[in-house]
Design a protein around this ligand. Sequence first.
Ligand SMILES: O=C(O)C1=N[C@H](C(=O)O)C[C@H](O)C1
Length: 290
Amino acid sequence: MLTEHTLHGVMVPIVTPFDHRGNLDIESFEGLVQRLVSRGIHGLVINGTTGESPVIESQELESLIVSARKVMATSQVIPLIVGTGSNDTSATIIRTAQAKSLGADAALVVTPYYNRPSQQGIIQHYQALAEAELPIILYDIPHRTGVSLEVETVKTIMKMDHVIGLKEGTGNIQRVFKLARSISKPLLCGEDVLFFASLCCGAKGGILASANLDSDQFVQVYELFRVGKIEESCALFHQLLPLVEFLFSEPNPAPLKWLLAQHGYIRSDRLRLPMTTISSEATKIGTQLL
Ligand SMILES: O=C(O)C1=N[C@H](C(=O)O)C[C@H](O)C1
C-alpha cells in the first residue's frame, strides 16, 4: 500500500489504448506499462483523465488493473494507483473497494463533479471513502469538475487518516505554494506545465500525462531537483516544454495518443466519443516533435 511517506516522484497516468474500432487494446496497454516501468517512473496511474476514465466500463477497468499487475510483477516494484472517483459517493466506494481487491495500492479520487455539492458534502464524500480501506489521493481540478475547493476544505480532507496526498490541478501556483506549505501530506503537481515551478514551491512530485513520453527525462527533472541541482533540473524541464505545450494544445489525451501511435507504442490513436483525434493543424506541429 502507498502511504504519505512513500508518495513522491513522477507518476504517469497511462493512456487506455483502443483498436481502430474502439475496443480495448490490451496488448498495446501491456507494452506501454512495460515501457514505462522500465524508465524509472515512481508510480503508474490507471483510469485517470488521460486514461479516458469517463468512457471506461467497469469490466474494462478490471482488465486494465489485472493486466498492469501482471506486467508489473515482473519488473521493479512501483505503486499502482487507480482512478475511482465519480459524483456518486456510494459508487465511488464500490469502485475503490474493487480496485483494492484487484491489487491497487491507492485510489486517485477526483472531486464530485456536476452535482455541485457544498464544501460539507465534499468533506463527507471523502470521509465516507474510509470504508473502502484503500489510501486515497484527493484530486482537485476545478476547470474540469466545476467544483472549487476552499483551502480550509483541502486542509480538512488532508487530515483524514485514509487520505495520503493531494493532486493539485488548479493551475494556480500561488495556491500550490500556500497548500504545499500548510498541509503535512504530499502535494503532487497535476498541471504539467507547472511541474518545475511546483517542485520549487514544495511539491513532492507530479502525476503528469506528458511523462508517458520522455519518461526518463521527467524522472531526471525530479531527481536533479531532489539532489539540489536546481539549474540542471530547470534547464531539462525547459527542453521538455515544447512537448508539454503540444500535448495540451488540444484536449488531453488526443495529442498524446497521436504521438504514441506515431512512435508505434500503441496501434491506434483512436479515442472514444465525445473525445476526438487531433486536428490536421495539430499534426503539423506534432510532426516537428517526432
Ligand atoms: O490523467 C491525469 O491524471 C491527468 N490529467 C490532467 C488533465 O488531463 O487535465 C493532466 C495531468 O497531466 C494528469
